[in-house]
Design a protein around this ligand. Structure first.
Ligand code: ADP
Ligand code: MG
Length: 493
């Protein structure tokens, strides 16, 4: 009996949210893709959700960055949103440049002074710096060293003429970590401090961020975050910093500063999103309880920006991010322990779990947290994220086929150029399968989006594409018969 009821409940329960939830006002939402079962076009809006924050997970190559780019571009069309990408691995910079955005590279010409105030009271900034040191170093296990550091930071502000609990004047230069280190050094030289070893260790810990040549955070800032936050599309490339600790320090500082700036501007739920802040592959920034990333997500709609946290490793993302963001996009995940972790946080069905492990590129399970209680499943599957394909041009290079004389005579095309989707369509037209097409594009992507004609034809023959189809493809490029036979005869059988 109870079995019957359970079965019926399953059958009558719709497997996807109703259309009125998925279809939003096109002028106030972002189109993402079509649902798998009912093929409903899903457009994302945060209006009915608990908050605008988003978490994206999936293995490398699953399509996280592609999705993030699509989201940013469409948010800029629809809400005029600015975007700041905290670009851990430098994987957004080419795209940002190509889209007309700004790229700043820390560790390569650009510096941040982590003591800069950007309108904040010195006491608040000191708290933030201590918080970052708690996350990134072992300082919290050494209370005396923590106290010494805190005191030296405060004293540096006082020495530079700031009042600790007051909003600073705009034009005054903030001290740097080097000033704080000098104060500690002086104290050590005086020789009167009771625990010199504690003092030495305090200095040593701070010095790792202020060493000559690695003083990325202890020089006058070259970066105006306040201005960058309203400059359209911006990538802050962290890939040139020496290691994860430096990247995390920069990431935490940027997040803290933007959060403070947006706190003062407040939230207006009807106006869209002023900015999107992206943390892609953010290591401790997304996993440490004390990180601002977690605070921002927990505080929900307090700020007028959406935080997007993306990672290939779900266990790098604190559980409370999964459970508090308004929307989770789960792309392909393979490892059982990652599936366990994320299923434990989100409670989706075993059916969805098994789908997630089988997803192809661009497929995703979407989980949304609504402001009011709902009577439909919160998790559904998107057949494919429909992205903004950048207009890359792909080249088939004829220089390995034509003779020197032919090349010099300039009578025949030396290369053929295509926009990506045109070339893809052409391959499809000549019965080249989608796996084969993907591997051709992979080969071209590794070589500046170009391939030599003979390599292409060899690749096609390797993939068992029929000669008939290959010849038809060559003909469609208006290659003369004589050249076509030359290509075929030189290719491996
Ligand atoms: N929804 C999609 N539709 C078409 N191509 C996609 C899609 N998502 C990803 N790709 C392609 O797959 C490759 C890997 O995507 P990427 O976003 O870099 O993965 P990740 O960031 O998860 O490692 C890229 O070449 C990208 O263009
Ligand atoms: Mg990526």
């Amino acid at each position: 009996m109870s079995n019957d009821v359970a079965k019926r409940a399953f059958v009558s329960r719709p497997p996807e949210p109703p259309a009125w939830v998925l279809l939003n006002d096109p002028f106030q939402s972002i189109f993402i893709g079509t649902t798998r079962i009912f093929k409903i076009p899903f457009s994302w809006s945060f209006m009915n959700l608990t908050n605008p924050h988003i978490c994206v997970v999936g293995i490398t190559g699953a399509g996280k960055s592609y999705f993030v780019k699509t989201l940013l571009i469409r948010a800029s069309y629809i809400w005029n949103s600015n975007a700041i990408i905290i670009d851990w691995a430098g994987e957004y910079k080419a795209w940002v440049r190509q889209s007309g955005g700004i790229v700043v590279s820390l560790g390569k010409g650009d510096y941040i002074n982590i003591m800069d105030l950007s309108g904040m009271k010195p006491l608040d900034r000191v708290k933030q710096i201590m918080n970052s040191l708690d996350i990134l170093t072992d300082i919290s296990s050494y209370p005396e060293q923590r106290r010494l550091t805190d005191e030296a930071l405060e004293q540096s502000y006082l020495n530079a003429g700031f009042a600790l609990a007051e909003i600073p004047p705009k034009d005054k230069d903030a001290p740097t970590l080097k000033d704080a280190i000098s104060l500690l050094d002086e104290k050590l030289q005086e020789g009167t401090y009771q625990y010199p070893a504690e003092l030495e260790n305090t200095i040593y810990r701070l010095r790792q961020f202020a060493r000559e040549g690695e003083d990325y955070f202890s020089r006058k800032s070259t970066l105006d975050l306040e201005k960058l936050a309203s400059s359209g599309l911006v990538s802050i490339d962290l890939s040139n910093l020496p290691d994860e600790k430096f990247r995390a320090l920069a990431g935490l500082f940027i997040l803290q500063t933007l959060k403070e700036k947006m706190r003062s501007e407040g939230w207006s739920g009807s106006k869209g999103l002023k900015a999107m802040i992206v943390l892609d592959e953010a290591w401790k920034i997304a996993s440490d309880e004390k990180s601002d990333a977690i605070m921002i997500v927990r505080e929900g709609r307090k700020y007028q920006f959406g935080l997007i946290v993306a990672s290939q490793n779900p266990t790098d993302i604190h559980e409370s991010i999964f459970s508090n963001v308004g929307t989770n996009f789960i792309l392909r995940i393979k490892f059982q322990k990652f599936l366990d972790y994320i299923q434990g946080s989100l409670n989706f069905s075993n059916f969805i779990r098994s789908e997630i492990s089988k997803f192809g590129v661009g497929q995703a399970a979407v989980e949304m947290a609504f402001q009011t209680s709902i009577r439909f499943p919160e998790t559904f599957v998107l057949e494919k994220i429909y992205g903004e394909e950048p207009l890359y041009s792909y080249t088939i290079d004829m220089s390995d086929i034509l003779t020197q004389a032919e090349l010099a005579a300039n009578l025949m095309a030396k290369s053929y150029e295509f926009e990506k989707s045109d070339l893809r369509n052409k391959f499809i037209e000549y019965n080249i399968g989608s796996d084969e097409i993907d591997s051709i594009f992979n080969a071209m992507d590794q070589n500046d989006r170009s391939i030599k004609m003979l390599d292409l034809v060899n690749l096609l023959r390797d993939k068992n594409i029929t000669l008939e189809n290959i010849i038809a493809f060559l003909k469609s490029l208006s290659i003369e018969d004589e050249i076509t036979s030359r290509i075929i005869s030189r290719s491996k059988a």
